[in-house]
Design a protein around this ligand. Sequence first.
Ligand code: DP6
Length: 324
Amino acid sequence: MQPEFTAIAHPNIAFIKYWGNRDDALRLPLNGSISMNLSGMETRTTVQFDQALVQDHFELNGETQSGPGLQRVSDFLDHVRRLASSNHFARVSSSNNFPTGAGIASSASAFAALALAASKAAGLDLNQKDLSRLARLGSGSACRSIPDGFVEWLPGEDDASSYAVSIASKDHWDLVDAIAVVSQGHKPVGSSAGHKLAHTSPLNAQRVLDAPERIRNCREALLGRDFARFAEVVELDSNYMHAVMRTSNPPLVYWESATEVLLWQVWQWRKEGHAVCATVDAGPNVHVLALKSELEWLQKALWELPGVKNVLTGEPAEGARLAV
Ligand code: DP6
């Protein structure tokens, strides 16, 4: 038996979204993206390779997994085995401190924590770039949960050049993400299937063409702590992605009526002078990004809106790390 390693990683919220791949197997994205790691929510994963095992074993929140859940982890471990020239199977035990399927993407924190714990357990000592590349193979957005704080995924041209880097530390800007959860159910079409539909939208080519401009705008707004500029580009990018989703074949509509109400309300609050803006991932929940000074009233106000079942809060967080 080899030593076991435990790693911790946070989910992240994308300000500029990853949607669609140039290469689905390698998860080479059509465009770059920018995100912030979210404190408070985390995945903790322990991995141990064991030559006595006849297959990989995966436990999530105390329950043994089989079927597609196990398969995705096992496929990922194949990449680790390839890098480590090993043929040993592994025992993986993972837990989220936020409810799985609560509308918070868990694949980013899951594969970031798994990449770190599994590579260490296999005897590898990957640098941050190679760890981010590895995490990307499990889930695209997971490559952004490896570096600290505010992160940019450089889309690259091949496996070697597609990875994420930190563009500012978690202490750079007092931003918060107040997540208004309107649905806790599993989404009808997961992101991996959704990415494959991006190409079918007539709007997609334009979205991809304009992405470097939005990336530049977002990076500059973030580095300059310019909330008004930040809000504009974040909402444009989210709406652009949902326009592509809606015009795909078949159409992907992730918003619910409560999503629309929330978005409208956030826009009103900003018109009234509050530093708030909204972004939505592949689901109906609304991520309200705000300056921390807005958080107290914002949390109360979100709870009072129709259809809001929970409000979770995340602040900028560090990247993936080993548990001590
Ligand atoms: C809408 O990283 O979840 O949240 O690589 O198939 O696991 P897979 O997709 P995933 O896609 C994330 C899509 C998004 C936007 C984003 O986080 O950038």
